[in-house]
Design a protein around this ligand. Structure first.
Ligand SMILES: Cc1cc2nc3c(=O)[nH]c(=O)nc-3n(C[C@H](O)[C@H](O)[C@H](O)COP(=O)(O)OP(=O)(O)OC[C@H]3O[C@@H](n4cnc5c(N)ncnc54)[C@H](O)[C@@H]3O)c2cc1C
Length: 422
């Protein structure tokens, strides 16, 4: 593992940092950051996000890894990660446009036709198109290949019927990247097709789904006989499993690399240290208590271990390799550690932990995080699914198999949810 930048990477970092410092104020390290799954942006915040994106685009910093013909910088994926790390150091508007430039954009780059890339990618980089990812359904989450949302061919169009749930950014997305069942007569992985859908088209209904903390971040999306032109199909008919694996691979990769940016959802380690300094235990600062110090030391060690595991992912990429299941360790440990740190913060707050809202101590950040943290253990693959990946791919344990892989989708035993017509 190599923690240092190569000379080229260091030069790129210096260039990125200089531009960012000249164009955005530095983040106050003591400021309390909002949670990862904060509320939908207001119209004003949305405009600020689009304006920041446009500014980066005009200066050649949008889409560092994207080809120049689509408005990107034509850099390496390592340069993209360095940019992401550096951008985190400055104050930027909410990350509402990231999905299009992240795993959805990379999927279009890999599988879109030349015409589709020219149509969708430049406006995405300019901040004119916001995206959402339409994979999960009420009856298909961890096993998303079991999805039932139906796509039926109708001349040069497709008719989409079914529903998707837990769709991040669904409320303000202009476009959605959809996986639907085009063939129920073949095994479940073989009858899926991907489409780009217009989220404002007639036949799309978007309903708010509230978080336990009262915030809004994701939606329930219903397709009531939506018509999608065949020209908006991404990849071959029935090849949607392969296409969507690209989306999931990039999603896991960016989560895996994330630990290196010093980002910890909800209250971060430094907030916890500060809280321990300011709280009292038996008439003395809590930080002077041996048991508190041991807990803080243990959190610090684990946070550093996650960071180093992330560097392992980056080293692989920096050397031209494809990262393996290390990202699952980062994701799982990161989510658990955030939750445990939050609970310890609430212990330190004592009776004040019962207060909530922006006027509570620490702006109620620990209380809000308590309700938000479980999301991180579910989104992007649950803890149990990460454990399965680690067991099978790192430890070499036998693969889990519940149903024969060659059974046609329509014959599979399934729970609730809409079932594709035979
Ligand atoms: C904040 C947030 C944002 C999200 N954003 C999006 C989005 O933008 N787009 C999108 O498509 N989806 C999104 N999701 C959905 C997310 O991908 C799913 O919630 C997740 O994959 C789990 O699926 P599920 O909720 O259907 O739970 P299920 O798959 O039904 O799982 C229920 C429980 O059973 C366990 N389980 C399931 N299968 C196994 C197994 N084989 N072995 C052991 N345990 C198992 C799970 O770990 C879990 O504890 C989001 C979710 C959250 C929380």
């Amino acid at each position: 593992m190599d923690f240092r930048d190569s000379p080229d990477e260091a030069a790129f970092r210096a260039q990125a940092r200089a531009w960012l410092e000249a164009n955005a104020p530095l983040r106050d390290p003591a400021a309390i950051e909002p949670g990862v799954f904060e509320n939908w942006p207001t119209e004003q915040e949305m405009q600020a996000a689009r304006a920041w994106q446009r500014r980066k685009y005009d200066a050649g910093w949008a889409g560092v890894f994207w080809p120049t013909e689509y408005g990107g910088r034509g850099g390496s994926i390592m340069q993209q990660i360095i940019w992401n790390q550096e951008e985190r150091r400055v104050v930027t508007p909410p990350a509402v446009l990231l999905m299009g430039q992240g795993h959805v954009g990379y999927t279009l780059l890999a599988h879109g036709s030349a015409e589709q890339k020219a149509r969708w990618l430049p406006p995405t980089l300019r901040g004119e198109l916001a995206w959402c990812q339409l994979f999960s359904e009420p009856g298909a989450g961890s096993d998303f290949a079991a999805l039932a949302c139906a796509a039926e061919r109708d001349g040069d169009h497709w008719r989409i019927r079914g529903d998707k749930v837990w769709i991040s950014d669904g409320a303000y997305a202009d476009c959605g990247f959809l996986v639907a069942r085009s063939n129920p007569h073949v095994p479940k992985h073989k009858g899926l097709t991907c489409f780009v859908v217009d989220m404002r088209a007639p036949g799309v209904r978007v309903d708010d789904v509230r978080h336990p903390n009262g915030g809004s971040h994701f939606s329930h999306v219903c397709f009531e006989d939506l018509r999608v032109p065949d020209a908006d199909r991404v990849g071959a008919v029935d090849d949607g499993w392969r296409v969507s694996l690209t989306t999931l691979m990039y999603e896991r990769f960016f989560v895996g690399a994330w630990g290196s940016s010093g980002a910890f959802g909800g209250p971060q380690l430094r907030h916890l240290l500060e809280l321990a300094k300011r709280s009292e235990l038996a008439g003395r600062p809590a930080l002077e208590d041996a048991a508190v110090r041991q807990r803080l030391a243990a959190f610090t060690v684990r946070a550093r271990a996650i960071e180093h595991m992330s560097y392992r992912v980056l080293t692989t990429v920096s050397q031209g390799g494809i990262p393996g299941p290390e990202g699952s360790i980062v994701k799982m440990e990161f989510a658990r550690l955030s939750q445990e740190m939050t609970c310890f913060g609430l212990e330190l707050l004592g009776p004040q932990a019962m207060l909530a809202g922006a006027d509570a101590p620490w702006q109620g950040a620990f209380q809000a995080a308590l309700l938000e943290n479980p999301c991180m253990r579910i989104a992007g693959g649950t803890d149990e699914i990460q454990r399965t990946i680690i067991a099978e791919r790192l430890l070499g344990l036998p693969q889990e198999t519940y149903v024969p892989r060659d059974l046609p989708f329509r014959d599979l035993p399934r729970g609730g949810g809409w079932r594709a017509a035979d």
